[in-house]
Design a protein around this ligand. Sequence first.
Ligand code: 3HC
Length: 697
Amino acid sequence: MTEPHSASPDVVTLTQENGIALLTLNNPPVNALSTALRAGIVAALAEAAADPAIEAIVMTGAGRGFCAGADITEFGKPPREPFLPDVIAAIEAFPKPVVAAIHGPALGGGLEVALGAHARVAAPSAKMGLPEVKLGLIPGAGGTQRLPRLIGPAAAVKLIVSGEPVGGAEALKLGIVTEVAEDVVAAARALARQMIASGVAPVGLSSDAARLEAARAGRDAFEAAAAEVLKGARGAEAPAACVAAVRNSLDLDFEAGMKAERAAFLSLVAGDQSKALRHAFFAEKAAAKIDGLPADAVARPVRSVAVIGAGTMGGGIAMAFANAGYPVTLIETSAEALARGQGNIDKNYASTVARGRMSEAEKAERIARITGWLDLGAVASADLIVEAVFEDMGVKKTLMADLDRLAGPDAILATNTSYLDVNEIAAATSRPEAVVGMHFFSPANIMKLLEVVRAEKTAPDVLLAAVEVGRKLGKIPVVVGVCNGFVGNRILRAQRNDLEALLVEGASPAEVDAAWNGFGFPMGPFAMLDLAGLDISWRARKALGQTAEIADHLCEQGRFGQKTGRGFYRYEPGERKPLADSEVEDLAKAIAAREGITRRSIPAAEIVERLLYPMINEGARILEEGIAQRPGDIDVIWIFGYGFPAWRGGPMHAAGNIGLARIRDGLQARFEQSGRAEFKPAALLERLAADGGSFAG
Ligand code: 3HC
């Protein structure tokens, strides 16, 4: 029998059954630890303490999870009591057993609450982790002190610096929970009953001397793990702060460790990096929202998919669908091309298996979802057809007209073009309303970004379907309008506006790349061009009637980058390490001599400005033209598709930190010096800079 027990605030309820209280966090949608929820927990604990009939507490979350952590919307406001570390201390100090029953997300402060309990039970669905690092933070409510005591400092530092959650089974293996059960609350009750029966007073992690000793014994493993996880930090502050905090758990007593953790957390929360990452978190959610659709629009159903073209893109796209459970028909024109494509898919999955990330059975299951076909007529049964053929308007239009003839009447025709006019492609069919762009990024089975291109006539149910399918693939779909290159590649082109001038004026490709790496990008523009293939941008330039003297010259010599062993750099056979090539420098020198330019050493800061400001300017034009719905969408595209350092928040957010007036002045000076229209500050940038405003509004 369950009897209501509580008059505490609605966000926390306390009920009691046979001596065991059920404390439920109930703050929809994700039980974020708002001030009200924190106060509710304290009140419920006091109430339970005062009730002699209560012998133990089981803590659970209402709805779809345990607790998603601190309320991110409260960051940046003055902290209000009760503070989360104190709430968790109160849970831990509760004199009777407290057991956390975890289903769904237990993230950040949510996991820290569970670590305050005396025992934890998880459902298989549990998603337990400390993702604070992704918000530019360290866990700020004891996670860096209690988790190392629970699972050892090496495992703790890996979990904390990756920010990635683990499921119930993995949590059991790590020792975060002692049991995995479908009915977590029942299992937690049973455990609580055992703890009561044992008669042993519960011991919190903060005062468990044996665990601390065991953790200290793991110091060497911790230092090795810490060095490993810091390798990918690239300018982000939070990973090193996480490592330092975990190290404190070994070096300091609990109180001192907590004090240091809190101080580091508060300093990070007020800093630019965390603000940028919080912006990215909310921008990613906002990007899913599509303006201007009828309220009653629903997505056209997609159950089966056909992919045309089994090249690198088509194969990756087929894998992305197969991974998400869709049956895929993969269509090629020749048996050789199909066999090659399927062979690549097989190899790709095999390497995932070899790295221990997939079982043989899963591999077989996914491959079985992909059926190869040589006849375009096989599209007849597909709800969604994605073409990934050669990037040429004529080829795409002919194919689309064929698909229009052969596809079912309700089929969606998607093009994976990366810069062509989707309106023109749609006009080649009798159903332009069913045509949408789905611009995947290579490798398509891995990259998170999906640009969903809304053409003039794309119907709402088709647009919604493309976005919904994107989400089911685990991607971040961002809706963009039609223009050459859409949002991502158009800004990429702007990033390259000044590249050749930098070489002519005296920078080497390696210096430019190093400056961009220093800004936080994993790869510099020249290394990226060489990797992607110089012929690709050459073709795109030719289509636009544009030239780039150095790159064009390299292409004319058959220097297409890594694949030909030479591009802006040269490569030893079979190697990927870029090596300086004197021919490129000689070419730059010759142009400088011809133009009367005195070459000089160019500081990294200037290089970064000359790459970044044109990107921001192009972003402003994209906003003026309504190609992107909001500045945050541009940021999301650049963070997830192009490696923009997330801790800088994307180009449009970063612009706010630099100052729009400074960017305008930099562009204006470059415009006057070069006479090139692409550097002219966009009207929106001019206006916002004059008003002292920012893109965010
Ligand atoms: N605070 C405030 N709002 C949050 C939130 C949080 N911690 N987590 C999610 N939300 C909001 C979302 O913004 C969204 O709002 P909207 O409907 O208005 O757009 C709504 O809750 C639902 O979220 P999702 O759409 O993301 O729902 P999903 O079911 O897809 O995902 C989730 C749920 C896995 C919990 C995901 O939202 C998530 O990862 N949240 C962030 C978790 C996190 O980073 N926690 C750490 C916070 S920092 C911390 O705890 C500090 C501590 O150490 C002191």
